[in-house]
Ligand binder design. Structure first.
Ligand code: 13P
Ligand code: SF4
Length: 334
């Protein structure tokens, strides 16, 4: 067993509490006990490992999680997701203690938009409004006019006058998809998600030949060529709802594999096939989302570390565009 002070000091370099856990400990019941004792809520994204989803109080996509974080009365928000999600919870509900099991759970899409570089880019287009995908840092949010997620991006764009000039950041694939859907000509920042860019059109096409009745369902962070063969495109919640309601029995799922757990739970008699990546790696698993484990979740609740903290001025600046997103979403019933 490591000394707790050494473990705390190590968080800065390794991102999590590295403490030995008794192998006989029932982590499910321990986590449930800690939830009660500490009045904590566990919010989990669909890309988390199945055990974490099963112990969570709320599982959702980025929009659902932000809405839940904004309204919770719990004293402690334990975010089983990636860093920008925990940050968003802290921005919206600053009096709560927000914990992230592993601070190194980042996001390649968020990393593709460093705020200082983006500011130079934005300043070249002073008559443009900046709509930024929620997968970005608090610094990027502070430079934005409205935040969006994959659930509400189209609605948010269409809530603005047709002639309004827009910069869309950081996801070029989602931006290109939205330009096509809305007929706008938004200027796109050149960022992408490493997981959604890796799907192989060739392998999906071959899978489709082997499973002719399967519906291809894809997340809009995928590249245009992959989206062009999809029967349905939507956020993780959108994909889950589609798979539940559809008459089809087979689905080729073109997004991170974590979502298959809820799909299979909701529709036990349907077949869900994860779309393959371009090579034989497990790159359709997000390496950041999968940094969280049940052990890290337990430790972070027990010791209340690592915690998300933020400069207050940055928090206030980042909050405005998220509030605009939540207001537009509420107005349209999202
Ligand atoms: P949604 O949660 O909006 O579906 O986005 C998926 C994603 O990549 C989150 O990191
Ligand atoms: Fe970021 Fe992509 Fe992982 Fe989502 S799946 S957290 S967008 S790297």
């Amino acid at each position: 067993m490591q000394d707790i002070n050494i473990a705390k000091e190590k968080i800065e370099s390794i991102g999590f509490l590295d403490i030995d856990i008794d192998v006989n400990l029932d982590l499910f019941s321990e986590i449930k006990r800690l939830k009660k004792e500490k009045n904590a809520i566990i919010l989990a994204h669909y890309y988390q490992e199945p055990d974490i989803q099963d112990v969570a109080d709320f599982i959702g996509d980025s929009l659902g999680l932000a809405q839940e974080a904004a309204k919770t009365n719990a004293d402690m928000i334990v975010f089983a997701g990636v860093h920008f999600m925990g940050e968003t919870a802290k921005i919206l509900n600053p009096t709560k203690k927000v914990l992230l099991p592993d601070l190194k759970a980042g996001c390649s899409l968020s990393d593709s938009a460093p705020p200082a570089l983006f500011k130079q880019f934005r300043d070249k287009y002073p008559d443009h409004i900046v709509i930024t995908y929620i997968n970005c840092s608090a610094g990027m949010k502070a430079l934005s006019d409205i935040i969006c997620t994959s659930s509400n991006a189209q609605t948010i764009i269409e809530s603005l006058p047709k002639e309004q000039k827009i910069i869309f950041a950081p996801d070029k694939n989602l931006g290109a998809y939205l330009n096509k859907k809305t007929g706008r000509n938004m200027i796109l920042w050149n960022g992408a998600c490493m997981v959604h860019e890796i799907f192989s059109l060739e392998k999906i096409t071959k899978l489709k030949i082997r499973h002719p009745k399967a519906k291809v369902i894809a997340h809009p962070e995928c590249e245009e060529a992959v989206l062009s063969v999809a029967d349905y495109i939507g956020s993780t919640t959108g994909l889950l709802n589609y798979s539940k309601k559809s008459d089809a029995n087979e689905f080729i799922v073109v997004t991170e594999t974590g979502i298959l757990h809820q799909m299979q739970k909701d529709s036990p008699n349907k077949i869900f096939i994860p779309a393959p990546p371009t090579n034989n790696c497990a790159c359709n698993d997000c390496p950041y989302m999968k940094l969280n484990t049940l052990e890290k979740l337990y430790l972070c609740m027990e010791y209340e570390l690592p915690e998300i903290t933020m400069d207050e001025q940055l928090r206030v600046a980042a909050r405005k565009p998220i509030e605009r997103m939540l207001a537009i979403s509420a107005q349209y019933g999202l």
